[in-house]
Ligand binder design. Structure first.
Ligand SMILES: Cc1ncc(COP(=O)(O)O)c(C=O)c1O
Length: 413
């Protein structure tokens, strides 16, 4: 890698980047360095035309016939199959449905019921709030279940004969720390527990391998690195070997074996479709399908190599240019133990984040004191990173963040 402080070296890295052409497939505003694709992915150019077709042709012209004519009814399975390729799953092991939170509920209840003699959902403190809250809701719903939290360093040894399911987010939303999926899954299986991975901060940024790691269950967001748009539907994965043994607690008609038979009694579909609940969100699926299609010709190895190179470059440059300015790296320094975002703690992280956004460098703040920068390999380049750090250094040197209006927190931080 060239000298990270040198803009020309950054430009040369961009010229040699095999993913360089992907940037043109996104509609980003000129001059903005968008480092928040780990929270809301950028808009793929094709999302607008995909939604336009779904609204103006399929909905407006072909009306209800589009459920069959344009394949709306199979969109959850079709888009799920495209996501499966990104997570090392078979096409019929993934389906798009609901939100990540709702999918967590469905799969956690299914897992606890399947391991009925065991009482514990094991997770870590500081996991993403919805994962913890849903686990707590499941424990409150199912008699005799409890949530146990154990820090990452002691997780594997904490799995025991009473563990029904281990629930973890593969890449931590705040620190970017990445769990060893293969080792934890194997440790859980050795003690007869199931594992549910939340892939929200992995899918679309790093290759993950559901089948290679023998993962039981997974969920993930559609609106982060998959670029499915605000509130995009989420996905869930269930290993084929478990699909017909697990039951969704949300036994809606779209998970029925023959929904259009309109029977009184629920009989689940065979396979992954039983984890659907209600009518598919067709417009959201159209945008997500465009987002996932951007990955069609992307090699997982290129994705990983660029994610690591961008984030290594960023850390090196921040530490060189912003030394003594109150920033402390809270992400693992070793790229092999990190996902695709990097966080620094700063006493005035919120105001600092606002000052950067005002200058076109968009990261985000995570309470209580983290400023988080996401590295989306498809549309960020090395010169972007150079500009982002240059701006960060200037804002810190000039204390440009120290303004009252930058300290007033908005509803969404
Ligand atoms: C790890 C993780 N899980 C889940 C979610 C969100 O779930 P939902 O789409 O249900 O709001 C997020 C959102 O940032 C997340 O970071």
């Amino acid at each position: 890698m060239g000298d990270p402080l040198d803009r020309d070296a950054a430009l040369a890295l961009d010229m040699a980047d095999p993913l360089r052409a992907k940037r043109a497939q996104f509609a980003l505003p000129e001059g903005v360095v968008y480092m928040n694709g780990n929270s809301l992915g950028a808009a793929p150019v094709a999302a607008a035309s995909g939604m336009d077709r779904a609204v103006c042709v399929e909905w407006a012209r072909d009306l209800i016939g589009s459920w069959n004519l344009h394949g709306w009814i199979r969109a959850p399975q079709r888009v799920g199959a495209s996501i499966a390729r990104l997570i090392g799953a078979a096409p019929d092991e993934v389906v798009v449905a609901d939100t990540t939170s709702v999918n967590l509920f469905k799969l956690l209840v299914a897992a606890c019921t399947h391991r009925s003699g065991r009482s514990t959902i094991l997770t870590e403190p500081g996991n993403f709030p919805t994962d913890l809250y849903i686990a707590q809701g499941v424990a409150a719903t199912l008699p005799g279940r409890t949530v146990r939290t154990v820090t990452a360093d002691r997780l594997s040894e904490a799995i025991d004969d009473d563990t029904a399911v281990v629930l973890l987010t593969h890449v931590h939303y705040r620190t970017g720390a990445m769990h060893d999926m293969a080792a934890i899954t194997a440790a859980a299986h050795a003690r007869g527990a199931l594992v549910l991975w939340d892939l929200s901060h992995s899918v679309g940024a790093l290759p993950v391998d559901m089948n290679g790691c023998d993962v039981d269950l997974a969920v993930g967001c559609g609106y982060k690195y998959l670029n499915g748009g605000p509130g995009a539907p989420a996905f869930l994965y269930v290993a084929k070997r478990l699909q017909d043994q697990l039951a969704s607690p949300l036994s809606g008609w779209m998970g029925h074996g023959t929904p259009f038979a309109f029977d009184d009694d629920y009989v689940p579909a065979q396979g992954i479709s039983r984890f659907l609940c209600g009518t598919p969100p067709v417009l959201g699926l159209a945008a997500l399908e465009a987002g996932v299609a951007v990955f069609d010709d992307v090699s997982p190895a290129d994705l990983l190599a660029k994610s690591r190179a961008l984030s290594d470059h960023f850390i090196e440059m921040v530490e060189a240019r912003c030394a003594g300015q109150g920033l402390t790296l809270i992400s693992p320094r070793d790229a092999s133990r990190r996902g695709s975002h990097v966080s620094f703690a700063h006493a005035d992280a919120y105001a600092l984040c606002q000052a950067l956004i005002a200058r076109g460098v968009v990261g985000d703040f995570r309470a209580p004191d983290a400023i988080r920068f996401g590295f989306t390999p498809l549309y960020l380049g090395f010169e972007d990173i150079w500009r982002a750090v240059d701006t960060l250094a200037t804002v810190l040197e000039e204390r440009a963040w120290d303004r009252q209006d930058y300290k007033v927190r908005a509803a969404v931080t």
